[in-house]
Ligand binder design. Structure first.
Ligand code: FE2
Length: 284
Protein backbone atom coordinates (compact mmCIF):
# COMPACT_ATOMS: atom_id res chain seq x y z
CA UNK A 1 0.00 0.00 0.00
CA UNK A 2 1.32 3.42 -0.89
CA UNK A 3 1.21 6.39 1.44
CA UNK A 4 -1.35 9.03 0.44
CA UNK A 5 0.27 12.06 -1.15
CA UNK A 6 0.14 14.78 1.52
CA UNK A 7 0.45 17.40 -1.19
CA UNK A 8 -2.90 16.31 -2.60
CA UNK A 9 -4.56 18.58 -0.02
CA UNK A 10 -3.66 21.46 -2.34
CA UNK A 11 -3.42 21.54 -6.10
CA UNK A 12 -0.13 22.35 -7.79
CA UNK A 13 -1.67 25.67 -8.86
CA UNK A 14 -2.61 26.50 -5.25
CA UNK A 15 0.89 25.71 -4.01
CA UNK A 16 2.36 27.82 -6.80
CA UNK A 17 0.03 30.71 -5.93
CA UNK A 18 1.01 30.52 -2.27
CA UNK A 19 4.70 30.56 -3.20
CA UNK A 20 4.19 33.54 -5.51
CA UNK A 21 1.81 35.64 -3.41
CA UNK A 22 2.61 34.60 0.15
CA UNK A 23 -1.05 33.90 0.86
CA UNK A 24 -3.81 31.59 -0.27
CA UNK A 25 -7.56 32.09 0.09
CA UNK A 26 -9.60 28.91 0.54
CA UNK A 27 -13.35 29.71 0.55
CA UNK A 28 -15.63 27.29 2.37
CA UNK A 29 -12.81 25.49 4.18
CA UNK A 30 -14.82 25.46 7.41
CA UNK A 31 -18.47 24.54 7.74
CA UNK A 32 -20.67 27.50 8.81
CA UNK A 33 -21.94 25.48 11.78
CA UNK A 34 -18.37 24.99 13.01
CA UNK A 35 -17.82 28.76 12.73
CA UNK A 36 -20.94 29.35 14.83
CA UNK A 37 -19.88 26.78 17.43
CA UNK A 38 -16.48 28.43 17.84
CA UNK A 39 -18.10 31.81 18.16
CA UNK A 40 -20.50 30.54 20.80
CA UNK A 41 -17.59 29.08 22.74
CA UNK A 42 -15.67 32.36 22.56
CA UNK A 43 -18.75 34.23 23.79
CA UNK A 44 -19.04 31.78 26.70
CA UNK A 45 -15.38 32.26 27.61
CA UNK A 46 -15.83 36.03 27.64
CA UNK A 47 -19.00 35.68 29.73
CA UNK A 48 -16.96 33.75 32.29
CA UNK A 49 -14.15 36.31 32.34
CA UNK A 50 -14.02 38.56 35.37
CA UNK A 51 -11.63 41.33 34.44
CA UNK A 52 -11.14 42.46 38.04
CA UNK A 53 -8.08 44.64 37.90
CA UNK A 54 -6.92 43.10 34.64
CA UNK A 55 -6.63 45.76 32.00
CA UNK A 56 -4.38 44.28 29.39
CA UNK A 57 -4.84 46.12 26.13
CA UNK A 58 -3.90 44.99 22.68
CA UNK A 59 -2.44 48.15 21.29
CA UNK A 60 -2.22 48.40 17.55
CA UNK A 61 1.05 50.29 17.57
CA UNK A 62 3.36 47.30 17.57
CA UNK A 63 6.37 49.29 18.67
CA UNK A 64 4.54 50.50 21.71
CA UNK A 65 2.88 47.15 22.33
CA UNK A 66 2.14 46.84 25.98
CA UNK A 67 4.08 43.90 27.33
CA UNK A 68 2.80 43.39 30.79
CA UNK A 69 3.11 40.16 32.76
CA UNK A 70 -0.43 39.18 31.80
CA UNK A 71 0.53 39.29 28.13
CA UNK A 72 3.78 37.36 28.58
CA UNK A 73 2.06 34.73 30.70
CA UNK A 74 -0.68 34.19 28.13
CA UNK A 75 1.75 32.05 26.10
CA UNK A 76 0.16 28.90 27.44
CA UNK A 77 -3.01 30.28 28.94
CA UNK A 78 -6.33 31.74 27.86
CA UNK A 79 -5.92 35.50 28.24
CA UNK A 80 -8.30 38.35 27.41
CA UNK A 81 -7.11 41.59 25.85
CA UNK A 82 -9.16 44.75 25.55
CA UNK A 83 -9.67 47.09 22.64
CA UNK A 84 -7.69 50.28 23.08
CA UNK A 85 -10.82 52.38 22.55
CA UNK A 86 -12.85 50.40 25.10
CA UNK A 87 -11.82 52.81 27.86
CA UNK A 88 -12.69 56.42 28.52
CA UNK A 89 -10.17 59.09 29.48
CA UNK A 90 -10.51 58.13 33.14
CA UNK A 91 -9.67 54.50 32.36
CA UNK A 92 -13.19 53.16 32.88
CA UNK A 93 -14.81 50.76 30.43
CA UNK A 94 -17.20 52.59 28.13
CA UNK A 95 -19.46 49.56 27.68
CA UNK A 96 -20.01 45.92 28.65
CA UNK A 97 -16.96 43.65 28.74
CA UNK A 98 -18.42 41.47 25.96
CA UNK A 99 -18.21 44.37 23.51
CA UNK A 100 -14.81 45.52 24.71
CA UNK A 101 -12.55 42.53 24.14
CA UNK A 102 -10.10 42.76 21.23
CA UNK A 103 -8.89 39.18 21.38
CA UNK A 104 -8.40 36.03 23.40
CA UNK A 105 -4.96 34.34 23.29
CA UNK A 106 -2.64 32.56 23.05
CA UNK A 107 -3.18 28.87 23.94
CA UNK A 108 -6.89 28.39 23.28
CA UNK A 109 -6.03 25.41 21.10
CA UNK A 110 -4.41 23.62 24.04
CA UNK A 111 -6.51 24.84 26.95
CA UNK A 112 -10.05 24.67 25.61
CA UNK A 113 -11.59 21.46 24.22
CA UNK A 114 -13.77 23.22 21.64
CA UNK A 115 -10.83 25.18 20.25
CA UNK A 116 -8.64 22.08 20.44
CA UNK A 117 -11.09 20.15 18.27
CA UNK A 118 -11.43 23.00 15.77
CA UNK A 119 -7.65 23.37 15.52
CA UNK A 120 -6.65 19.76 15.16
CA UNK A 121 -8.44 18.29 12.17
CA UNK A 122 -7.20 15.95 9.43
CA UNK A 123 -8.02 18.65 6.86
CA UNK A 124 -5.74 21.17 8.55
CA UNK A 125 -2.99 18.62 9.12
CA UNK A 126 -3.16 17.71 5.43
CA UNK A 127 -3.09 21.34 4.35
CA UNK A 128 0.01 22.13 6.42
CA UNK A 129 1.71 18.95 5.22
CA UNK A 130 1.02 20.07 1.65
CA UNK A 131 2.95 23.25 2.44
CA UNK A 132 5.98 21.14 3.38
CA UNK A 133 6.09 22.09 7.05
CA UNK A 134 8.28 19.45 8.66
CA UNK A 135 6.97 18.31 12.08
CA UNK A 136 4.30 21.07 12.40
CA UNK A 137 3.66 22.49 15.87
CA UNK A 138 0.72 24.69 16.87
CA UNK A 139 2.53 27.46 18.68
CA UNK A 140 -0.20 30.07 19.09
CA UNK A 141 -3.92 30.71 18.73
CA UNK A 142 -5.98 33.87 18.89
CA UNK A 143 -9.68 34.63 18.73
CA UNK A 144 -10.06 38.12 17.27
CA UNK A 145 -13.33 40.02 17.71
CA UNK A 146 -12.76 43.18 15.66
CA UNK A 147 -15.62 44.73 17.60
CA UNK A 148 -18.23 46.95 15.96
CA UNK A 149 -17.28 50.67 15.99
CA UNK A 150 -14.12 50.25 18.13
CA UNK A 151 -12.28 47.35 16.45
CA UNK A 152 -8.72 48.65 16.31
CA UNK A 153 -6.42 48.92 13.30
CA UNK A 154 -3.64 46.34 13.03
CA UNK A 155 -0.77 48.01 11.26
CA UNK A 156 1.04 46.28 8.43
CA UNK A 157 3.42 43.69 9.87
CA UNK A 158 4.97 40.27 9.30
CA UNK A 159 3.92 37.56 11.76
CA UNK A 160 7.49 36.24 11.87
CA UNK A 161 8.41 39.51 13.60
CA UNK A 162 6.66 38.04 16.65
CA UNK A 163 7.34 34.32 16.09
CA UNK A 164 10.78 33.77 14.66
CA UNK A 165 12.42 30.39 14.10
CA UNK A 166 15.76 29.29 12.69
CA UNK A 167 15.43 28.53 9.84
CA UNK A 168 12.47 30.86 9.69
CA UNK A 169 9.30 28.92 8.90
CA UNK A 170 5.92 30.15 10.07
CA UNK A 171 2.46 29.54 8.66
CA UNK A 172 -0.55 31.57 9.74
CA UNK A 173 -4.04 30.10 9.42
CA UNK A 174 -6.73 32.80 9.51
CA UNK A 175 -10.33 31.60 9.69
CA UNK A 176 -13.17 33.99 8.85
CA UNK A 177 -15.94 33.19 11.33
CA UNK A 178 -18.07 35.93 9.78
CA UNK A 179 -18.05 37.63 6.39
CA UNK A 180 -15.07 40.02 6.29
CA UNK A 181 -15.25 43.03 3.99
CA UNK A 182 -13.65 46.44 3.82
CA UNK A 183 -16.39 47.96 5.99
CA UNK A 184 -15.79 45.69 8.99
CA UNK A 185 -12.01 45.47 8.80
CA UNK A 186 -10.96 42.63 6.50
CA UNK A 187 -7.34 41.62 6.03
CA UNK A 188 -5.15 43.57 3.62
CA UNK A 189 -2.04 41.91 2.19
CA UNK A 190 0.94 42.83 0.02
CA UNK A 191 1.12 40.15 -2.70
CA UNK A 192 4.66 38.84 -3.07
CA UNK A 193 5.85 40.96 -0.15
CA UNK A 194 7.00 37.85 1.72
CA UNK A 195 10.09 37.66 -0.47
CA UNK A 196 11.62 40.92 0.76
CA UNK A 197 13.04 39.63 4.02
CA UNK A 198 12.07 40.13 7.65
CA UNK A 199 12.02 43.83 8.56
CA UNK A 200 11.67 43.71 12.34
CA UNK A 201 11.93 41.39 15.30
CA UNK A 202 10.05 41.67 18.56
CA UNK A 203 12.68 40.52 21.03
CA UNK A 204 12.24 39.37 24.61
CA UNK A 205 14.89 39.56 27.29
CA UNK A 206 13.61 38.22 30.59
CA UNK A 207 10.35 40.04 31.29
CA UNK A 208 11.14 42.92 28.96
CA UNK A 209 10.57 43.24 25.23
CA UNK A 210 11.76 45.56 22.49
CA UNK A 211 11.34 45.97 18.75
CA UNK A 212 14.52 45.57 16.72
CA UNK A 213 14.19 47.16 13.29
CA UNK A 214 16.16 45.15 10.74
CA UNK A 215 15.10 47.15 7.67
CA UNK A 216 13.49 50.60 8.13
CA UNK A 217 12.02 50.70 4.60
CA UNK A 218 8.33 51.64 4.97
CA UNK A 219 5.74 49.21 3.64
CA UNK A 220 4.26 49.90 0.23
CA UNK A 221 0.79 50.66 1.57
CA UNK A 222 -0.44 51.44 -1.95
CA UNK A 223 0.29 47.83 -2.92
CA UNK A 224 -1.94 46.33 -0.24
CA UNK A 225 -4.97 44.47 -1.55
CA UNK A 226 -8.13 43.74 0.48
CA UNK A 227 -8.91 40.11 1.19
CA UNK A 228 -12.69 40.27 1.27
CA UNK A 229 -13.82 36.79 2.20
CA UNK A 230 -16.94 34.95 3.23
CA UNK A 231 -17.66 33.15 6.48
CA UNK A 232 -15.84 29.82 6.60
CA UNK A 233 -12.94 30.98 4.43
CA UNK A 234 -9.42 30.00 5.47
CA UNK A 235 -6.65 32.41 4.54
CA UNK A 236 -3.19 30.83 4.69
CA UNK A 237 -0.40 33.33 5.35
CA UNK A 238 3.34 32.98 4.92
CA UNK A 239 5.03 34.23 8.12
CA UNK A 240 6.91 36.84 6.10
CA UNK A 241 3.84 38.21 4.28
CA UNK A 242 3.17 41.90 5.10
CA UNK A 243 -0.47 42.24 6.13
CA UNK A 244 -2.75 44.14 8.47
CA UNK A 245 -6.31 45.32 8.86
CA UNK A 246 -8.03 48.67 9.21
CA UNK A 247 -10.19 49.83 12.07
CA UNK A 248 -13.75 48.59 12.16
CA UNK A 249 -16.09 51.59 12.35
CA UNK A 250 -19.10 49.63 11.09
CA UNK A 251 -21.93 48.19 13.21
CA UNK A 252 -20.87 44.64 12.20
CA UNK A 253 -18.27 42.62 14.07
CA UNK A 254 -15.62 40.66 12.20
CA UNK A 255 -14.76 37.60 14.23
CA UNK A 256 -11.77 35.54 13.15
CA UNK A 257 -9.69 32.75 14.61
CA UNK A 258 -6.00 32.39 13.91
CA UNK A 259 -3.51 29.59 14.39
CA UNK A 260 0.23 29.83 13.93
CA UNK A 261 2.26 26.80 12.99
CA UNK A 262 6.03 26.46 13.28
CA UNK A 263 8.27 23.57 12.31
CA UNK A 264 9.64 21.31 15.01
CA UNK A 265 12.68 20.96 12.77
CA UNK A 266 13.51 24.65 13.30
CA UNK A 267 15.10 26.08 16.43
CA UNK A 268 12.76 28.20 18.56
CA UNK A 269 14.85 31.01 20.09
CA UNK A 270 14.47 32.12 23.70
CA UNK A 271 14.28 35.66 22.31
CA UNK A 272 10.70 35.07 21.13
CA UNK A 273 8.16 36.73 23.44
CA UNK A 274 6.04 33.55 23.47
CA UNK A 275 7.69 31.00 25.74
CA UNK A 276 5.66 27.95 26.69
CA UNK A 277 6.15 25.83 29.79
CA UNK A 278 5.51 22.71 27.68
CA UNK A 279 6.50 22.08 24.06
CA UNK A 280 3.94 23.02 21.43
CA UNK A 281 2.02 19.99 20.13
CA UNK A 282 1.22 19.17 16.55
CA UNK A 283 -2.11 18.20 15.00
CA UNK A 284 -2.48 15.02 17.06
FE1 FE2 B 1 -0.63 39.11 11.67
Amino acid sequence: MTEPDARAALTAAQRAAFAADGFLVLPGFVDPAACDALRARADALVAGFDPGSTRSIFTTDEQARRTDDYFLDSADRVGFFFEEEAFDAAGALRGPVAGSINKIGHALHDRDPVFDAFSRTPALAGLVAALDVDDPRLIQSMYIFKQPFIGGEVRCHQDATFLHTEPDRLIGLWFALEDAGQDNGCLWALPGGHRGGLRARFVRTGRATRMDVLDPTPWDDAGLVPLEVGKGTLVVLDGHLPHGSRANRSPASRHAYTLHVVSGASAYPSSNWLQRATPARGFV
